[in-house]
Design a protein around this ligand. Structure first.
Ligand SMILES: Cc1cc2nc3c(=O)[nH]c(=O)nc-3n(C[C@H](O)[C@H](O)[C@H](O)COP(=O)(O)O)c2cc1C
Length: 196
């Protein structure tokens, strides 16, 4: 007997800098998910997606994309149920590459579950997460939780993050919630686009 379709999830690494602290954070998230049978995950690195600053002549809500890079990005997000945005805190907010990548699309984000894994110094990236939430709300994404990683509080050995049990538990709770909402959000998306 086969179970329900697994939640199709993408872990999106938002930092595009070379030698990013975000890479071990995002890898930890991805490897945690790979141990679950109820989630099918892929890793998306915004540095590889390599979007320019938003250069579409039409509004993203029109869904009429002129550029191949936008169509490619749309095709990466359109089929998924959920995303986890792994974001750094830059100047008390989240980074521009993440905002740009979100702004490029519209309907593709709608009624998708979204978890935030933020990281940074003393505030553990929480100011970035707080700035991101109204953006997700404008896109009608459904927030399923935050995990805040203090970079001075975690060990990274050979590129692998060794999380404290508290963070591992929080990530598990976030993923459980994304899985729990998945069938309900699939139903909502079937109804078709709403107003702006
Ligand atoms: C432009 C910039 C601004 C930063 N501003 C903050 C900040 O406001 N709060 C904070 O905790 N860390 C801040 N930092 C430190 C970052 O949290 C740290 O450099 C982290 O490694 C950035 O993530 P990344 O390496 O994945 O890009 C900033 C770093 C950069 C590059």
């Amino acid at each position: 007997m086969s179970g329900p379709d697994p939640c199709q999830l993408r872990v999106i690494l938002g930092s595009t800098r070379p030698v990013r602290a975000g890479e071990p954070v995002a890898r930890w998230v991805f490897e945690t998910i790979q141990q679950r049978h109820d989630v099918a995950a892929e890793f998306i690195d915004l540095a590889e997606v390599n979007l320019p600053f938003l250069d579409e002549p039409r509004q993203p809500s029109d869904g009429d994309y002129q550029h191949e890079h936008t169509r490619r990005w749309s095709a990466m997000i359109e089929p998924v149920d959920a995303v986890i945005l792994v974001i750094p805190e830059y100047n008390h907010s989240f980074n521009a590459a993440t905002k740009n990548a979100l702004d490029f699309l519209y309907h593709e984000w709608r009624y998708k579950a979204v978890g935030i894994v933020c990281y940074g110094g003393g505030a553990r990236g929480t100011r970035a997460a707080q700035h991101l939430k109204p953006v997700l709300s404008a896109l009608r994404m459904i927030h399923v939780g935050d995990v805040a990683v203090g970079l001075s509080e975690v060990d990274v050995t050979e590129g692998r993050l060794e999380p404290p049990a508290r963070l591992q538990h929080q990530l598990g709770v976030l993923l459980d919630e994304a899985v729990r909402l998945t069938p309900h959000l699939r139903q909502l998306r079937q109804v078709g686009p709403g107003g702006q």
